[in-house]
Design a protein around this ligand. Structure first.
Ligand SMILES: C[S@@+](CC[C@H](N)C(=O)[O-])C[C@H]1O[C@@H](n2cnc3c(N)ncnc32)[C@H](O)[C@@H]1O
Length: 192
């Protein structure tokens, strides 16, 4: 699925898709570089869209590892299943806040790493909090949450939930993007 189709999905549902075009290769490389994917056995991606980051994750995973890709857009889900058959890829047609249930149902106690391209700033506050808390629960103790956003708005909330957050900036993307690399802390996140 190309950029034109991606743009048409943005026009139909701008809040859910969140961007006019898929992420650039520079942004994808920066995100991929934040994880030691060759040592992972269970990785999650939220909002794979047209799979620009998904392909990079799959290239770097060791044989036998699993990538769970959560996508709410039905057409993106269909295209991922049709165009990207890969033994490591499990496409989940569901929203990110149900990550813990899906991992448990597949027999995984936690993820080594969660990548996200979903637009947190345009979603309702309760859903945003539910996804961040679920992500914290879904990660193994040494796990990382690696995401990008087009503003630093989420940083305070990420620090509350995850403790340690490293911030990077990638100007070679439309629009330029902030990358956040969150390391799971041992204490549980605040309730509100
Ligand atoms: C900005 S696009 C990112 C696409 C791709 N990862 C990239 O970097 O180009 C955001 C994607 O997140 C998906 N999305 C939005 N809310 C979601 C949710 N709650 N759970 C899973 N996917 C979601 C949208 O359908 C869309 O495919």
């Amino acid at each position: 699925m190309g950029r034109r189709r991606f743009f048409s999905h943005f026009l139909r549902n701008p809040r859910q898709v969140g961007s006019v075009t898929p992420s650039s290769r520079w942004l994808c490389r920066r995100l991929l570089g934040a994880a030691e994917l060759s040592r992972c056995e269970c990785v999650v991606e939220y909002g794979p869209g047209t799979a620009c980051l998904t392909r990079g994750i799959l290239e770097r995973l060791p044989p036998g590892a699993t990538l769970f890709a959560f996508e709410v857009n039905e057409e993106f889900v269909r295209a991922l299943r049709d165009d990207l058959p890969h033994p490591s890829l499990a496409v989940v047609h569901d929203s990110a806040e149900r990550v813990v249930e899906h991992l448990a149902a597949a027999g995984f106690s936690g993820a080594d790493c969660v990548f996200s391209g979903i637009p947190f700033t345009t979603m309702p506050r309760d859903l945003r909090l539910a996804i961040l808390r679920a992500t914290h629960r879904a990660l193994k103790p040494s796990g990382k949450f690696i995401l990008y956003q087009y503003s630093p708005y989420l940083l305070g909330r990420l620090r509350e939930v995850f403790g340690d957050v490293r911030v990077e900036f990638e100007p070679r993307n439309i629009p330029p993007a902030f990358c956040f690399v969150c390391s799971k802390r041992v204490a549980s996140p605040p309730a509100s």
